[in-house]
Ligand binder design. Structure first.
Ligand code: M6R
Length: 609
């Protein structure tokens, strides 16, 4: 969602701030702004729309040469998309500027208090309230004022604050929203995401909740909001610059679709011993006692991660014989869930920062569940709050439309299901068979990717249609949901995903002449039934595009267009079947002229409930 980058050091920082914002553009935003202390005075510039609009405004003013500053991309929550609501927000009496990710939940009460003290607000945001509160509490020490203000705040925040009365000091803090302090040579770059730091330094400090850091070019001091000193944890950032660059691809989404063979090889490396029929998951190794006790699994996630979790539900019941239920974390959280002894919650999330998923996890933990994470971003909030877990290891996902994280999530859930299955009833032979097939997934995805041009040609035939159906059964019912989500997210085509059998219970009324219906019709237990469902669509004039198993010639009698995937045991088929759907969504968006990596209204990581 919102993005933060800030700098204090000895160099003019305007260009660095803008470059940092560009690295964060993928997170999704609708306005941008920056503040620099220039000749002892705060200079604030904001613009609605892209970072390039902000650049234009800065160019029109003439470059700032200040060596302390900060910049922000805002994804609107409180108040519309306007220049005034964009960050930084200021307290003009003291000369304080602040940028903020997160939500100040008690902002209304704080605002009333500040209005009574004579403060006049320009914006409709919760952030301006925090800026004014810091100003109100300022008594000549910015660090102390920030600590005091944060003691009054409930909600989530990652903030950066500068003050013209202390022109070499940057104060930053976090609770619930990520913030990293990159440590350079006499300079510090703070950001909400390592991608804005890694081209300057790979040494960084990750803040824990309620940490406040006072930074000057001479050094930094870390404390809590109650001013208790904290020993900083400095680590090496793992991120490679090439991982966050396009490297010849037109879009990050396209790059990440094509990266899937490599990302899955990384995900499997050292974890699958097909010869011995066993799975080695370091993140679970120390939790044998709790895992042996697991009698029921709840999976909580949102969006694409939920579709992966739904496949996980099939995997746990099928391969490990453990009752499982996947659901929207946002619904799980508020439906008074029953957590019995022996329940494990698995939070599935690429970013590890999704507020709904985090809230679901908290709820389950409070009720006594053993908490596992299936997360991509190392050290993220969800990763830190789970008892154990397995990282995806698919590398940073920049594309807002999640692709390689989905196949990574399904791969990890498959390995966990096999791991638990082997601890219960599954024979080494059965495990060997599935692990051997799992090992073939990257190479089979490579084969699907060679059909890119053919998939584009099929997409071109139908991408002017405004309504699509995606249908699948069993393991590939969630894959159908994922195909529909991908298409609507980036091409803005209305698409519905559902179990193929459900169509005749109502949605069949939608089918009219020429409506595209994508069926996942790979060889498996329900193949014949899917063929019947296809006929029901054809009989009503719908166009059928089938995702079928290689060498299935019979399907051509039923479907106008066929996209082939290699044969694979059914539990592993979603990892292959989703790839043509990802490519169709990608091509539909490009053909319709949309900016694939910056879809309207979407944010990469949704940190509000
Ligand atoms: O970071 P997470 O995996 O927790 O994100 C969950 C969803 O917000 C995410 O999958 C979203 O649906 C994507 N835009 C899907 O492409």
């Amino acid at each position: 969602m919102c993005g933060i980058v800030a700098y204090v050091g000895n160099k003019p920082c305007q260009q660095l701030l803008i470059e940092g914002l560009k690295r964060l553009e993928y997170r999704g935003y609708d306005s941008a702004g920056c503040a620099v202390i220039q000749d002892g005075a705060l200079r604030v510039v904001k613009a609605v729309g892209r970072v390039s609009n902000l650049e234009d405004r800065l160019e029109a003013i003439g470059s700032f040469t200040g060596t302390i500053g900060m910049a922000h991309t805002r994804w609107a929550t409180h108040g519309g998309v306007t220049d005034v609501n964009a960050h930084p927000h200021t307290d003009d009496k003291v000369g304080i500027a602040l940028i903020h990710n997160g939500i100040i939940e008690n902002y209304a009460a704080l605002k009333t208090y500040l209005e009574e003290k004579g403060h006049v607000f320009k914006s409709q945001t919760d952030t301006e309230v925090l800026a004014m509160l810091i100003g109100e509490l300022y008594e000549g020490d910015l660090e102390k004022a920030v600590q005091a203000a944060l003691r009054e705040v409930t909600g989530a925040y990652a903030i950066c604050v500068i003050c013209e009365k202390e022109p070499s000091t940057l104060v930053v803090a976090r609770k619930g929203s990520p913030l990293i302090v990159g440590i350079g040579n006499g300079e510090y770059i703070v950001a909400s995401d390592a991608s804005a730091i890694v081209s300057h330094t790979t040494q960084a400090m990750t803040l824990a909740d309620y940490n406040v850091v006072k930074i000057t070019p001479q050094g930094f001091r870390t404390s809590t909001i109650h001013d208790v000193p904290v020993t900083p944890k400095i680590e090496q950032l793992e991120l490679e610059l090439q991982e966050i660059e396009l490297g010849g691809y037109r879009h990050f989404m396209q790059k990440e679709i094509f990266e899937q063979p490599k990302s899955l090889r990384n995900c499997f490396r050292g974890r699958c011993d097909a010869k011995e029929g066993r799975v080695i998951l370091g993140g679970l190794a120390d939790h044998a006692k709790e895992l042996n006790k697991v009698r029921r699994i709840s999976l909580a996630a949102q969006g694409t991660a939920l579709h992966a979790a739904m496949i996980g539900q099939y995997l746990f019941e099928d391969l490990a014989k453990i009752p499982a239920r996947a659901e929207y974390a946002s619904e799980f959280r508020y439906r008074n869930p029953i957590i019995e002894d022996g329940t494990a919650i698995i939070a599935v999330s690429q970013s590890g920062e999704t507020a709904d998923t985090l809230a679901g996890l908290h709820e389950a933990k409070e009720r006594g569940a053993f908490a596992l994470g299936v997360i991509n971003v190392v050290g993220s909030s969800i990763a830190r709050e789970t008892d154990a877990g397995v990282y995806l290891r698919v590398g940073p996902e920049i594309g807002v439309a999640s692709t390689k994280a989905f196949t990574g999530q399904v791969a990890v859930l498959t390995m966990i299901a096999l791991y638990l299955g082997r601890r219960r009833f599954m024979s080494a032979e059965q495990c060997t068979e599935l692990l051997t097939a799992l090992d073939s997934v990257p190479e089979k995805i490579e084969r699907i990717l060679t059909q890119d041009a053919a998939i584009r040609a099929v997409t071109q035939k139908y991408c002017d249609r405004e309504n699509w159906l995606f249908l699948g059964r069993g393991y590939n019912y969630p894959t159908a949901l994922e195909g529909a989500l991908k298409l609507k997210e980036i091409s803005y085509i209305h698409a519905e995903g559902m179990p193929a059998a459900e169509m005749k219970h109502g949605p069949i009324a939608l089918i009219n002449e020429g409506m595209p219906a994508v069926f996942i019709a790979n060889k498996g237990r329900q193949y014949e039934k899917v063929l019947s469902n296809i006929q029901e669509v054809r009989a009503r004039g719908g166009h059928v595009i089938a995702v079928a198993t290689e060498c299935d010639e019979h399907i051509k009698r039923y479907a106008e267009d066929v996209l082939y995937i290699p044969d694979i045991p059914e539990p592993l088929s979603p990892m292959l079947a989703v790839v043509p759907l990802q490519l169709m969504a990608y091509h539909a968006a490009v053909i319709r002229g949309h900016d694939v990596d910056k879809p309207r209204n979407l944010a990469k990581s949704v940190t509000v409930e």
